[in-house]
Design a protein around this ligand. Structure first.
Ligand SMILES: [Zn+2]
Length: 196
């Protein structure tokens, strides 16, 4: 639910590499492309993925607000500026997208401020966060009564598919977004071969 491609200035993941990983992976078949402040990467990746009927790319973006990063899942358009937390959350709700507090207790995370806004979900497991930061994110999700999602936050090919979210939905973007909002999700996070 959180992957960067080369359309983020700090990522080395080619869209083609992500598509190949999903095609070859034995159970991870969906990825949300969430580049920093651009939807170009998800557009290109979706185009490449359209040749393969058993994989799906959810379009999205990771917006840098002055208070912290927000994932918007299900959009091929950018929210209008200024990118305040409120504007981004409102944009997501008006468009039927899913707003997610990205890595709330890491650098560029919203932290406790997230409690003041109507988010749809909390990123409770981020592949780049410490276990204590992820634990705090899980506590925040519980406190806010929101579903938790997991994402690798991959910026390198080796980081792809190291973390995943189980979603009870068919291979369809609208179905997946609905399931996320309803909390039909689980986060059996993996790193390498260790499952925890
Ligand atoms: Zn990210």
């Amino acid at each position: 639910m959180h992957v960067h491609t080369t359309y983020s200035s700090d990522s080395a993941v080619q869209p083609k590499t992500l598509v190949e990983q999903l095609v070859n992976h034995n159970f991870i078949k969906v990825a949300a492309v969430t580049d920093h402040d651009t939807v170009k990467g998800c557009g290109v990746t979706r185009q490449l993925a359209s040749a393969y009927p058993d994989i799906l790319i959810i379009p999205g973006v990771e917006i840098s607000t002055p208070h912290g990063d927000i994932l918007v899942l299900g959009t091929e358009e950018m929210p209008p500026s200024p990118w305040t937390v409120e504007n981004v959350v409102d944009f997501a709700r008006d468009r039927g997208c899913v707003s997610v507090v990205a890595h709330p207790y890491r650098e560029y995370g919203l932290g406790d401020l997230a409690r003041n806004y109507k988010f749809d979900a909390i990123e409770v497991f981020n592949g780049g966060s410490s276990s204590s930061a992820n634990k705090s994110a899980q506590d925040l999700a519980k406190l806010m009564g929101l579903p938790g999602v997991a994402g690798s936050d991959a910026h390198q090919p080796a980081e792809l598919c190291t973390v995943y979210t189980e979603v009870q939905a068919s291979l369809d973007i609208d179905e997946i977004l609905k399931a996320l909002k309803k909390g039909f999700v689980a986060v059996p996070a993996i790193r390498g071969s260790i499952r925890f």
